[in-house]
Design a protein around this ligand. Structure first.
Ligand SMILES: NC(=O)c1ccc[n+]([C@@H]2O[C@H](COP(=O)([O-])OP(=O)(O)OC[C@H]3O[C@@H](n4cnc5c(N)ncnc54)[C@H](OP(=O)(O)O)[C@@H]3O)[C@@H](O)[C@H]2O)c1
Length: 290
């Protein structure tokens, strides 16, 4: 009989889920994966899957991450991001599994002017941010054996993302225009998967911020993608949202990994180094399609 640790990755086909899937050595871990085949918002489906498989660790990488879709259909956002986390927390408590819940810098309102640590009070302003914060609250209330990991601007293979979009626009000769007034830290899914791997082996619990080190605006991020991706001469146009537009993203959400620093358990790489590593390994794609 296998004595490997059994890990359930919910949302396994996404950016972070697929980085985790690639990461684990199958001689040490048994990996279970799910996406819409186990809809996290459906209580019975989640319970049935947990009872059938009895994972030791559940990593909740699922989410409705399309911020426009969240504003368009808040109930859908809450069902996946809040009820989904609740269902996984209830199941985790019943089967005594450790739950690692992935959350976001969008739980902050963007009005800060200094990096935000784990002791700063969240105040989400978007449906995405509110639904993710509600998911955090459910996890805290419903199961002791949890770690909540907040990260920012996650990119990586799995879901068509900002990096793909910038490179595809450049390849098609289109202008790359991005918000110039959003500040945070781009985080590679592989770098974040490294920290989550550490958490699985550790006895850590609680709340951690886990973004790559350093800060930039969206336009600086796009410029660095183009430079490293072989389009150094493609210009980046910075846009600013008009007054009255529904905010889709808070402006300033730079996370300070203060808990990591104080406990000394882990250090995230610099965002530029992580991006260079990702782009050097990324297969070239044809532009456009998801
Ligand atoms: N992307 C970011 O910048 C960012 C930043 C901070 C935190 N996060 C959080 O980190 C986690 C991972 O993010 P990511 O970028 O890897 O997201 P992602 O690429 O959008 O992946 C999310 C995964 O969840 C699946 N999913 C959606 N609805 C589901 C449902 N009802 N039941 C089960 N699975 C469902 C998606 O499947 P389909 O694609 O087929 O719908 C997808 O495979 C999410 O919880 C997200 O909120 C993301």
């Amino acid at each position: 009989m296998s004595r490997n640790l059994k890990i359930w990755i919910a949302g396994a086909s996404g950016r972070l889920g697929s980085a985790l899937y690639r990461r684990f050595d199958r001689t040490e871990y048994d990996i279970l994966t799910s996406d819409h085949d186990v809809p996290v918002g459906e209580t019975n489906e989640v319970n049935r899957y947990a009872d059938m498989n009895y994972p030791n660790v559940i990593i909740n990488c699922s989410g409705l991450t399309d911020v426009r879709e969240c504003e368009r259909d808040p109930e859908h956002a809450y069902k996946v991001n809040a009820l989904g986390a609740r269902n996984l927390a209830i199941a985790a408590r019943r089967i005594d599994a450790k739950l690692i819940q992935i959350s976001t810098d969008d739980v902050f309102d963007g009005s800060a002017s200094a990096p935000l640590n784990e002791f700063d009070a969240p105040h989400p302003i978007t449906v995405y941010g509110k639904s993710k914060y509600a998911g955090e609250a459910f996890v805290r209330e419903l199961t002791d054996k949890h770690v909540i990991v907040r990260s920012s601007w996650i990119y990586g293979s799995g879901t068509y993302d900002f990096v793909d979009d910038v490179l595809d626009r450049a390849a098609r000769g289109e202008t790359v225009s991005v918000p110039g007034d959003e500040i945070s830290s781009p985080t590679s899914s592989d770098a974040l998967a490294g920290f989550i791997h550490y958490l699985i082996q550790s006895k850590e619990f609680g709340l951690y911020h886990a973004s790559c080190e350093g800060a930039c605006s969206r336009s600086e991020f796009a410029r660095e993608i183009l430079r490293l991706g072989g389009y150094p001469d493609v210009p980046v146009e910075s846009t600013v949202a008009s007054a009255g537009d529904t905010p889709l993203r808070p402006k300033f959400t730079l996370l300070d990994n203060m808990m990591m620093r104080m406990t000394g358990i882990y250090k995230m790489p610099d965002w530029r180094d992580a991006l260079a590593r990702y782009l050097s390994a990324r297969p070239s794609r044809n532009g456009g399609a998801k």
